[in-house]
Write a protein that binds this ligand. Structure first.
Ligand code: ADP
Ligand code: MG
Length: 468
């Protein structure tokens, strides 16, 4: 039945609109003359009702006869490639599978009049799994996290408007953006919060152009109190989206509505219209960088706890040592471990061997020889420095010590000559290298703390190699 309807609808709307608004609909039940369709979120309901009610009505009546009726159900499944889009307003309280959001019922007699709903109703598109509570803070993210929290605590305070959170893929941009939305929804239930990806916004815009309803779309967006826009790098090369967004942004900002955006690069590097870029720079920009080893371990532990799996410390360290660029990968490894364990049965422990097996799918360089690079990374991590610091000219004590220890370990674990070690540490000559090695040896005799650090470092280096 629904397929018949779809064919009919397809003939009456332009392809882009069809793709955007009708393709995602799933028929879920047919009882007598009432067809229930599942739609991704509240926005769909609004949009369908507003713009396509006639098309829907006539198609349905062709398929079911004149008494045909339509019932909406809002999908509990994932929107935006993430989980559920629970609409925040009464009638559409969604949540678990089948209990979720029975759309408002059509009044008897008139299949398409839906009573008792007031406008404007904004779907929040939020995924309640992402909160501030489960966002682990570290040096790498504290500015972004605290700015996000400040907006969430007081969305009417426009000091940070707009807030832009930028950083590479998999470092928690979407998590923070969603956390803002979830926090506000809880704390200020009357605020209309909307999460949208720039791609979705673009699609909506394109389809509204097709149906001559761009004004409606923009008006509709102007009803939000807090607009959370993910991945604004997707504005690049989309001139029309930039124009519309520019106007929307201005209106929201004039009305003191909070706008928070994420981007995979700093705004200054974003190739968009100058007027838009300069607006985006009015507020606060905060970046997310890759967490240090300790923070990565805390994140892994928190994810493992919430999945109720136990990962031994040495395995956790082994994993975090190797996953250096992307927290999403860290979760991927965790999920894979859990899967493997499940497949292999109860007897299977999460141990280094299993971790190694799983990691092979994520990184290419595990289990190789101890190389100067592994040593430098291990030491830099341990002292909370960048690898580049080790080769720098700095004489800061901590850096000098880390550099000397690295040289010592490279000499110890590899075949590198004094000369080549000097070269890899910023072009130092071989007598400096020799002196560094001697210094570390002396320290090991006299200084307990250094001795402890070294044995810890050696252990980490072995783990880095997968032998721990
Ligand atoms: P991005 O949007 O930057 O590509 P996401 O927000 O999707 O990244 O984050 C990827 C995954 O990593 C998410 O599951 C998120 O929960 C997790 N994550 C990233 N940073 C942290 C953190 N500091 N604490 C807890 N989880 C994090
Ligand atoms: Mg993201």
């Amino acid at each position: 039945i629904w397929n018949n309807c779809l064919q009919n609808i397809r003939q009456n709307v332009d392809p882009q609109s069809f793709q955007t608004w009708f393709a995602p609909i799933r028929p879920v039940a047919l009882q007598q003359n009432e067809l229930t369709i599942q739609i991704p979120n509240r926005l769909f309901y609004e949009w369908l009702e507003e713009h396509y009610v006639d098309v829907l009505k006539s198609s349905l009546q062709q398929a079911l006869g004149t008494t045909g009726r339509l019932q909406y159900r809002i999908s509990p499944s994932r929107g935006e490639g993430r989980s559920g889009a629970p609409a925040q307003n009464g009638a559409a309280k969604s949540g678990n599978k089948n209990t979720s959001a029975p759309g408002p019922r059509p009044a008897p007699g008139n299949p398409f009049v839906i009573p008792g709903v007031t406008r404007p109703r904004i779907p929040s598109n939020l995924d309640t799994r992402y909160t501030f509570d489960n966002f682990i803070e570290g040096d790498c993210n504290s500015l972004a996290r605290n700015a996000a929290k400040a907006v969430a605590d007081n969305p009417a305070n426009t000091a940070f408007n707009p807030l832009v959170i930028h950083g590479n893929v998999g470092l928690g941009k979407t998590h923070l953006l969603q956390a803002i939305g979830n926090h506000i929804t809880q704390k200020f239930p009357n605020k209309a919060v909307l999460y949208v990806s720039t791609d979705t916004f673009t699609n909506q815009l394109v389809s509204s152009i097709g149906s001559n309803t761009t004004n409606d779309l923009v008006n509709w967006y102007q009803n939000v109190d807090v607009l959370l826009v993910d991945d604004i790098q997707q504005l690049v090369k989309r001139k029309k989206t930039q124009d519309v967004f520019f106007n929307l942004f201005n209106v929201l900002r004039q009305n003191n509505k909070a706008v928070v955006m994420t981007c995979d690069r700093p705004i200054i590097e974003l190739d968009i219209e100058e007027r838009l870029r300069s607006r985006f720079q009015w507020g606060l920009s905060a970046d997310l960088s890759m967490p240090a080893l300790e923070t990565r371990m805390a994140i892994l532990k928190s994810k493992a706890d919430s999945t109720a799996v136990d990962i031994p410390a040495n395995v956790a360290e082994f994993i975090c040592f190797h996953i250096q660029h992307n927290i999403r990968q860290l979760e991927g490894v965790l999920n894979n471990l859990v899967l493997h364990k499940g497949v292999l049965g109860d007897g299977q422990e999460i141990d280094l061997k299993l971790a190694k097996e799983v990691l092979k799918n994520f990184v290419t360089e595990i289990n190789k020889e101890v190389t100067p690079d592994v040593i430098q990374r291990t030491v830099a991590d341990y002292y909370n420095l960048e690898v580049e610091n080790l080769a720098s000219a700095t004489r800061r004590r901590q850096v000098v010590l880390a550099r000397q220890i690295s040289m010592f370990l490279v000499k110890q674990y590899t075949e590198e000559s004094l000369k080549s070690i000097g070269r890899m540490f910023g072009g130092r000559d071989h007598s400096t290298v020799l002196y560094s090695i001697k210094t570390v040896k002396d320290l090991m005799e006299t200084n307990d703390e250094i001795r402890k650090s070294l044995s810890e470092l050696e252990r980490k280096i072995r783990i880095g190699r997968g032998e721990g």
